[in-house]
Design a protein around this ligand. Structure first.
Ligand SMILES: C[S@@+](CC[C@H](N)C(=O)[O-])C[C@H]1O[C@@H](n2cnc3c(N)ncnc32)[C@H](O)[C@@H]1O
Length: 478
């Protein structure tokens, strides 16, 4: 039998006894109907449970947390079940955000996906911190350094010895003892300002970077995909469970560029998991539903340096997802979501035809989603045509009289990705977006960015552009 706490946490209405709403907005009460037996029983259970708690607490009132960690998701599932069953006996898979929009229930669905995101990410962050601390200790870091580097930012030492107050670039001899706090901030700001990538080869420092940026960067991409705009809606369609299931339709292939740490794989995995969790497969005809599997190939300039960190992060994600999700059958399905991403070398400053970009060039034709988080602006010196002309002119310049296009691998990706592919870009600045959009338009991409959107995305990226390829070239229609 279910315990009283379980029954309470299910949030049954005290008037009609149904879940999914409180007595304050009970439809039966609004219709003027009397209290049902189920409603009365729910109320009595609640009152006697309260009494029991008060007795245990020596007669004092005790604050009871009626909301479980996934309260809104539970509510959402009941709501989805009602909607899934209401279609003349036909059960279907729905995107809860699209459904919510049709019935003005946006806020409650927003609560559900944000709650699910934080719930999973809290586990990921704890697991990952433990691993990073363990690995730092094994590499001989002092406990004092570890305490400083992995403590909350406001408690970290701000002032560093004079020798550490320097900014690193690719030509620097890496100082193995330099601290994260000060140098990293400067190095990254300088990289964006100069348009030249920062050096990500210092192991202790990139561990701290990976830990620090984990929550916000995964959140940016996740909230961007969960946003209500035409392109995000189409991305979620891709991530929604396939009906009927087969291996080909069950996969979403992701190419995460500049994603050494492995954040983008997790962000899309959480979206896929949420879309799966929010359905009620048992109420659906096809019980063989599975979440979409995210198959990620990551590429980075510092692939070798990031590789062990990406592997630790993915292990943390695997453990976290199994702790955080709810259904019995989830363990089997979680395995679909935590496929290890691969990590290969690429340099987006070079053409895709360059040998250094071989893996990326090979992967591109099959990609559904290509992500660029915080990488384009720190390469703007090469990607933007109005920076001083480089001596190593790109071969494609011969073919295009007007070179007022974005350069490097980004140009080739816009030109060669398949129709139906999506590109997701977020960054700390926005001066690359106009030329990116201009080039994209020529090659048949639609786009939405922060500039086009009326409202910003709460806790999402401030500066972004997402694109969907709808045809091969702009002239196709004409
Ligand atoms: C600022 S970090 C962003 C990392 C991660 N995407 C995030 O959002 O936190 C930039 C990443 O892009 C990589 N990167 C920089 N320039 C690159 C280039 N030209 N080609 C490939 N990767 C590059 C760096 O090694 C680093 O991992």
């Amino acid at each position: 039998m279910a315990s009283s706490t379980n029954l309470i946490s299910k949030g049954l209405c005290f008037h009609c006894g149904n879940p999914g709403h409180s007595i304050a907005n009970c439809p039966s009460l609004l219709r003027g109907e009397g209290q049902s037996n189920a409603g009365l029983e729910a109320l009595q259970r609640f009152v006697s449970h309260r009494k029991e708690l008060r007795k245990k607490n020596g007669g004092k009132r005790e604050k009871v947390n009626l909301k479980g960690p996934l309260f809104h998701l539970t509510k959402l599932k009941y709501w989805m079940k009602q909607n899934q069953n209401s279609e003349q006996g036909e059960s279907k898979v729905y995107d809860p955000l699209v459904l919510a929009k049709q019935s003005d229930e946006c806020n409650f669905v927003n609560h559900a996906y944000r709650e699910f995101f934080s719930h999973v990410m809290n586990f990921v962050e704890k697991e990952f911190a433990a691993r990073m601390i363990q690995e730092s200790l094994e590499d001989g870091a002092s406990t004092k350094d570890i305490a400083n580097q992995f403590s909350p930012k406001p408690f970290r030492r701000k002032r560093l010895p004079q020798t550490h107050n320097k900014v690193f670039d690719e030509t620097d001899q890496i100082d193995k003892t330099f601290h994260y706090n000060y140098s990293w901030q400067l190095a990254l700001n300088k990289a964006v300002k100069d348009g030249i990538p920062a050096n990500f080869s210092n192991k202790p420092a990139i561990r701290v970077y990976a830990y620090d940026k984990l929550f916000p960067r995964v959140r940016y991409l996740h909230h961007l995909v969960m946003d209500r705009n035409e392109i995000s809606d189409n991305i979620r369609k891709k991530l929604l469970l396939p009906e009927p299931y087969n291996v080909e339709s069950g996969q979403v292939r992701v190419c995460a560029i500049g994603d050494g740490p492995g954040y983008d794989h997790i962000a899309l995995g959480i979206v896929s998991s949420f879309l799966y969790q929010s359905q009620c497969p048992k109420s659906l005809k096809n019980h063989l539903l599975k979440p979409k599997m995210i198959v990620t190939q990551a590429f980075d300039l510092f692939d070798k340096d990031w590789s062990p960190i990406m592997s630790s992060l993915n292990q943390s994600y695997r453990v976290a997802l199994s702790k955080a999700t709810m259904r019995d059958e989830d363990h089997e399905y979680n395995n679909l979501l935590v496929q290890n991403p691969t990590l290969n070398h690429c340099d987006i400053r070079l053409s895709l035809d360059n040998a250094k970009n071989k893996h990326l060039n090979d992967a591109l034709p099959n990609m559904d989603i290509i992500s660029f988080q915080y990488i384009l602006h720190e390469n703007s010196r090469t990607l933007l045509p109005n920076y001083e002309k480089q001596s190593h002119a790109m071969p494609y310049e011969k073919d295009y009289q007007n070179i007022d296009f974005i350069r490097g691998a980004m140009f080739d990706i816009l030109q060669r990705a398949r129709v139906g592919a999506f590109i997701l870009c977020t960054d700390s600045n926005n001066f690359v977006w106009p030329i990116l959009k201009k080039t994209a338009t020529v090659f048949g991409w639609n786009f939405v960015g922060d500039f086009e959107k009326e409202e910003s995305i709460a806790l999402g990226p401030k500066s972004f552009v997402i694109l969907e390829r709808v045809k091969k070239r702009a002239e196709e229609d004409e």
